[in-house]
Ligand binder design. Sequence first.
Ligand code: SF4
Ligand code: SF4
Length: 362
Amino acid sequence: MSALASNRKTDIGPPHYEQFLPPIIKKNYGKWKYHENPRPGVLVHVAESGDKLYTVRAATPRLASTKTIRLFADLADEFCGGHLRYTSRNNVEFLLTDETKIDALIEKLAAAGYPVGGTGASITNIVHTQGWIHCHSAASDASGVVKAVMDELYPHFVNMDLPAKVRIAFACCLNMCGAVHCSDIAILAVHRRAPKIDHQAMARVCEIPTTVSSCPTGAIRPATVDGHQSVEVIEEQCMFCANCYTVCPAMTLNDAEYDGISIWVGGKVSQARSEPKFSKLAIPYIPNNPPRWPEVVEAIKNIVEVYAANARKYERMGEWIDRIGWPRFFEVADIEFTKYHIDDFTHAGETFRRSVHFPRIG
Ligand code: SF4
Ligand code: SF4
C-alpha cells in the first residue's frame, strides 16, 4: 500500500475499537481466567495477571436523551476513568477497577432512576427497534410496549430469581431490526393486510418500475386503474413487509384496525448446552392497545411465570419447551393452538444450520 493510501483519513467505517478499550482490558486482552456474578447487576472478571475488572450493569431507556448520555458520561468520568460500554440489549455497563466505588456508583444510578441488574438468571433490558417514534413501517410502537412490559417484569431485572437468563426482544415489523428471531421471548409487531394503493397519487409520487422491483415476493405488477398509471398487488403473495411503502408513499401499509402484536418464544443465540434456536410462534395476534398494551403485558408475564414455575435450573425457555414438548407448552401456558402456528412448526426453521458445533465422526 502506498504511503498516501495508508495515511489517508476517511469517514468510512468505525475507528478501530482498540483505541477505546479501558487500560485494564488492553493490558489483559485475551488473558482472562474466569468471571463471577457476585450480585444482581455486578460482574467481576479476573485476569491471569490477577487484575480484577468490576462491571456494573444498568438499564437504559433505550431511546436516550442527551441529558441521559451526559449523566452516564459524568458517572463514567467519576467512577471508571471515563470508560463505559453498551451491551447489544441496550444495558449500559460501567467498568471499574476499584471495588470500593461500586456501592457509591449504584446509589447514584438509583437516585437518577436507573436500576442495576440484568445479569445471570434474570431478565435483562429489552432490545427494541424504532417504533412509531421514527420508522414508517412500524406496526406498533416499540419503546411504549417495552416500557409497559418492563414495568411489570422489573422484579426479574433486579433479582436473579429465574431458572436461567431470559432475553426479550421487540421488533416493530417483520423486517426485525430487533433480532427477535432468536430470543427467549420475542414481541413482534405485525401488519395483517396488503398495502392500500392511492392510484391517483401513484404516478405523481412513485416510480412504477422501482415500486414493482421493491417487492421481495414479486407481488406487485404494473396496472392501469381508472386511467391512472399505477400498480396492483397480488394479495396472496404479499407478506406485509412494507418494502413497497419504503419506496412508494402511495402504498400505505399501516392500519389502526389490523396492525398488532405477535409473541414468539424459545429462541437463543448462545451455544451453551444446546445449539442456538429460532423463536417460534406462540401467540399470532394481539390488537394494539396503546398507551400501555395491557393484553401484551399480561401475555408476556404469563409466559415468564409459567417458565419460572416449571423449568429446571439453567434451562433456557427453548430448552424447557423442547423437554416438555410444544403441545404441553401450549397446555401449561394456556395458549390456544391455531392454524396460524402450523407453517412455523413444519417448515424450514429446523433445517437451517444454526450452530458451530460439528458432530463427532467415527
Ligand atoms: S423492525 Fe420494521 S418498523 Fe421497526 S424499525 Fe425495523 S424496519 Fe422499521
Ligand atoms: S408489503 Fe412487501 S410483500 Fe406486500 S406488496 Fe409490499 S413489498 Fe410486496
